[in-house]
Design a binder for this molecule. Structure first.
Ligand code: FAD
Length: 428
């Protein structure tokens, strides 16, 4: 009987792994690969802020697991992980309900030979009072769609009343910075779609960061350049500012100031998925990640692996693997090889993280970042169109892992053609 691999979470790591295993073994019936995700559609997470502002349309860029699985040799199961019994090699999935709350599919159990946990991460509110009820956490497609609807309502209101639309974003990491920059450019596009009374004066974007600089994980040169560009776009930076409470009116800072915002986004910090706090059989950390060894194996549980943002893996230099798309993709590649080695009775190899640098998109036309490895200093600075091309190529690599290089290039070209005759901005 074919070995059964169950992958939970079809994101940057899980979907890449399912696709590679599926094409190599699943299509021939040599392996039974199940991909479980609570959402029917995959959107590459670094594109969520583009969905949120409406410059990409999820119906064009999204990958439907059911269809993709059929062509790439894995079975998609719609479901949300709620429990894990590693001693019985069983996972539990929640009941599926319809929009009126009626049960469509009851709770289920699924057995496995190998289990791969790839549930990603969520933003960390650090228990800040009011953050959960008042902020949008840009962690998944529904939250990006919620932001988009609020943005359209806010723009409509501003167009009719000339009131200001104020948007506050907590966290000036890549997500916060990219979202702030795109918002500015949306104002320029929206005018051509009949919002004639709107100008840059109607939009106020506040970016609030506890650290003294934006993009605090990146080299000073990158963060200072991005900072200068954001200031030029008119974005209001609040650096070294701690948010102590969120209310309907806005963000209350540690010094008692209120930063008023109609739309509030929380994009600070990353932790593992909330459900992990209930998976008591597994070694879960204080940040809700599951501890894995150098080969991504969950210690003490035969045949259980974890990768991507939900896994805590310390590298040989003592540093944890960062929560990044490039790390998730590399982990998927490593596990793809290791599962094959294991099935052949060979030793598995330790994961080695190659940091190729970081790129931050500052709109459809520009990006800044640092790339690793080629110059004497080890890193070099890129910006403008060149950085943007490199940023876009990261997405192309992701598509290649889902479809293979040839099909990924055709797919991207087809997407571009379809986008060509659609509105530049999603208006509904
Ligand atoms: C707005 C934004 C911008 C970003 N930009 C960049 C960037 O420019 N560069 C970069 O390197 N990184 C970026 N990141 C980080 C990067 O996206 C993540 O590190 C990467 O996606 C992690 O991959 P993953 O497979 O671990 O998780 P994800 O890609 O998050 O996938 C997790 C999957 O698990 C599913 N899931 C979750 N819970 C359950 C459950 N209980 N049951 C079933 N399924 C479940 C989800 O639906 C999802 O499909 C960004 C993140 C965000 C939010």
């Amino acid at each position: 009987m074919a070995v059964k691999v169950v992958i939970v979470g079809g994101g940057a790591a899980g979907l890449a792994l399912a696709s590679k295993l599926g094409r190599k073994f699943g299509l021939k019936g040599d392996m039974d690969i199940y991909l479980i995700d609570k959402s029917p559609m995959h959107i590459w997470k670094p594109k969520l802020h583009e969905v949120a502002v409406g410059i990409i349309d999820q119906s064009l860029e999204g990958v439907l697991y059911r269809d993709h699985g059929l062509k790439n040799g894995y079975r998609y199961v719609s479901g949300e992980l709620t429990g894990c019994q590693p001693e019985k090699k069983i996972i539990e999935l929640a009941a599926v309900l319809d929009s009126e709350g009626d049960e469509v599919v009851p709770k289920r159990e699924i057995c496995y030979d190998y289990l791969v946990l790839a549930l990603g991460g969520v933003s960390n509110s650090f228990n800040t009072p009011g953050a959960e009820p008042h902020c949008i956490f840009l962690d998944n497609l529904p939250s990006a769609e919620r932001f988009h609807n609020k943005l359209l309502d806010g723009l409509l209101h501003a167009n009719e009343t000339q009131d200001k639309l104020s948007i506050g974003i907590v966290g000036a990491g890549a997500t916060g910075v990219e979202l702030a920059a795109e918002l500015h450019h949306v104002i320029e596009s929206v005018k051509s779609y009949g919002y004639l009374n709107i100008s840059a004066q109607n939009l106020e974007v506040h970016l609030i960061e506890a650290a003294p600089k934006i993009l605090s994980q990146l080299p000073d040169r990158v963060s200072l350049r991005a900072q200068a560009l954001l200031i030029k776009l008119g974005i209001k930076l609040h650096l070294g500012v701690q948010v102590k409470e969120v209310t309907k009116a806005g963000f209350v800072t540690a010094s008692g100031e209120l930063i008023a915002a109609n739309i509030k986004v929380w994009a600070a910090g990353v932790k593992g998925p909330n459900i992990f706090s209930q998976l008591t059989a597994l070694p879960i950390t204080g940040r809700n990640q599951v501890q894995v060894d150098a080969c991504m194996r969950v210690q003490g549980h035969e045949g259980v692996y974890a990768l991507g943002d939900c896994a805590e893996l310390f590298l040989a230099n003592g540093k944890p693997v960062p929560p990044r798309a490039q790390a998730a993709a590399q982990m998927a590649d490593c596990l793809f090889v290791n599962l094959q080695r294991r099935l052949k009775g060979q030793d598995e190899q330790a994961f080695v993280y190659k940091d190729y640098g970081s790129l931050v998109s500052l709109s459809r036309f520009s990006a800044v970042g640092s790339l690793m490895g080629s110059l004497r200093s080890g890193t070099f600075f890129v910006e403008g169109h060149l950085a943007r091309i490199m940023y876009v190529s990261l997405y192309q690599r992701h598509l290649a892992s889902l479809y293979g290089w040839g099909a990924a290039i055709v797919y991207r070209f087809a997407q571009k053609l379809l986008r060509w005759h659609r509105p530049k901005l999603k208006l509904h």
